[in-house]
Design a protein around this ligand. Structure first.
Ligand SMILES: [Zn+2]
Length: 332
C-alpha cells in the first residue's frame, strides 16, 4: 500500500494524527493544541479537562455525556473530510475513527452484543490501532446467558429471603446495560449517578425502564432493609458510608466486571461476575482478523502481551509506546 499522507505522532502529550494540514488529537486527556479533538467515548480516562477552541469530533451521544461530566464543548461534528466514525459497541455513542479508509483507531472496544448494545462494527483497514485491555488468553468471558442465569439465581434467593440485591457496575455504560438486563425484577431502584446516565440513554431512545425509586444517600439506602428490592448502583460510589449501609441492610452484593476472571478478584461478601463493556482476548483476535490490517498497534492494558500474540499469528504488530516518542511514524 502506498503512503496515504497520514502521519501518526506519538508524543508525551498524547497521540496525534496529521492529515494534510489538519492535526487531530486522538482521545487526549490533557490540554492540547490541535484543529480537531477526537473523543471516542465519554469515559473519564478518554476526556480532556478542556478542548480549548478545537472542534470536537464525536457522536452526539458522546458530546451530551461529556457535557454532563463537565466538559465545555462549543463546536462539534460527527465527521470531517476523510474521517468516518464507526460504532465500537463499548458504551452509548462510542465510536472509532477511520481516516482515509486506511487508519483505524478503535478507542475502547466492546466484544459482543449485550441487551441494547450491539457488537462492534468491523472495518477493513491498513493500520489498526486497537485497545487491548483484556489482551491475554486467560480472559475468555463466558456466554452472557450463563452469567445471567447465575446472577438471577443469586438475586432470586436473596429476594426470597427478604434481602435486597445490590448490583454494582461502572456508572456510565455498565450500569445502563445492567438496568436493561435486570429490568424484570421489581421493585427496581437506582442509586446515585446511575439515574443521571440512565436518563441520557433514554433521551437517545434506549428503552430503559423507569426505576421505582431513585436512592440518593446512604440513609435512604438503609430504608431498604428487609425489603426484597433490586438496586443498581455505581461501583465507584460504594465506599465509606454507602459501603456500611450496604452491609447494615444485609444486601446480597453482585459486582459486574471483566476483572471477575482475575484469580485475586473479589471482596468479602461480594460476588464478582464477568460482564464487560470491553472485548475479551478471543474477541480482540477475531476483530483483528476481520479488519485484515497490514499492521497492528496495541494500546491500554496488556498491550505488549497482545502484540506478541498477534506476531505469533503472523501480524506485524507492536504496542503503542514501544518506540517511545518517535517523532514521526509514517502510516503505510
Ligand atoms: Zn471506556
Amino acid at each position: 500500500m502506498s503512503h496515504s499522507g497520514l502521519l501518526l505522532r506519538e508524543t508525551p502529550k498524547g497521540l496525534f494524527l496529521e492529515m494534510g494540514t489538519k492535526k487531530i488529537a486522538l482521545d487526549p486527556t490533557r490540554k492540547v493544541s490541535a484543529d480537531y479533538i477526537f473523543i471516542s467515548h465519554a469515559h473519564s480516562d478518554h476526556l480532556p479537562k478542556s478542548v480549548g477552541d478545537a472542534t470536537v469530533i464525536a457522536s452526539e451521544e458522546t458530546v451530551s455525556l461529556a457535557r454532563q461530566r463537565g466538559l465545555r464543548i462549543e463546536r462539534h461534528q460527527d465527521s470531517a473530510p476523510g474521517i468516518q466514525l464507526v460504532d465500537t459497541g463499548h458504551i452509548l455513542g462510542s465510536r472509532g475513527l477511520l481516516a482515509d479508509g486506511v487508519f483505524y483507531y478503535t478507542g475502547d472496544l466492546g466484544g459482543r452484543s449485550r441487551g441494547f448494545m450491539k457488537a462492534p462494527r468491523r472495518v477493513r483497514c491498513g493500520t489498526l490501532l486497537i485497545e487491548s485491555t483484556y489482551g491475554r488468553p486467560q480472559y475468555r468471558f463466558p456466554p452472557l446467558a450463563t452469567v445471567l442465569r447465575t446472577a438471577n439465581e443469586l438475586i432470586s434467593s436473596a429476594i426470597e429471603a427478604g434481602r435486597p440485591a445490590f448490583i454494582e457496575g461502572y456508572p456510565l455504560g455498565k450500569s445502563q446495560v445492567l438496568t436493561y438486563l435486570f429490568q424484570s425484577w421489581s421493585p427496581l431502584h437506582v442509586f446515585g449517578t446511575v439515574k443521571t446516565y440512565n436518563d441520557i440513554y433514554r433521551d437517545f431512545g434506549v428503552d430503559l425502564p423507569s426505576p421505582s425509586r431513585h436512592i440518593k444517600t446512604a440513609d435512604e439506602l438503609r430504608r431498604e432493609k428487609g425489603k426484597g428490592s433490586l438496586i443498581i448502583a455505581p461501583s465507584t460510589s460504594v465506599k465509606g458510608e454507602v459501603r456500611s449501609a450496604v452491609s447494615d441492610i444485609n444486601a446480597m452484593v453482585l459486582r459486574f466486571t471483566g476483572w471477575a476472571l482475575l484469580r485475586s478478584a473479589g471482596f468479602h461478601d461480594t460476588s464478582m461476575l464477568p460482564i464487560s463493556d470491553h472485548a475479551d482476548y478471543f474477541e480482540l483476535i477475531k476483530f483483528v482478523e476481520q479488519c485484515r490490517p497490514d499492521e497492528v498497534i496495541t494500546t491500554h492494558g496488556y498491550a505488549s502481551d497482545f502484540a506478541i500474540s498477534l506476531k505469533r499469528l503472523g501480524y506485524s504488530a507492536r504496542a503503542l509506546g514501544q518506540r517511545q516518542f518517535r517523532i514521526t511514524d509514517y502510516l503505510r
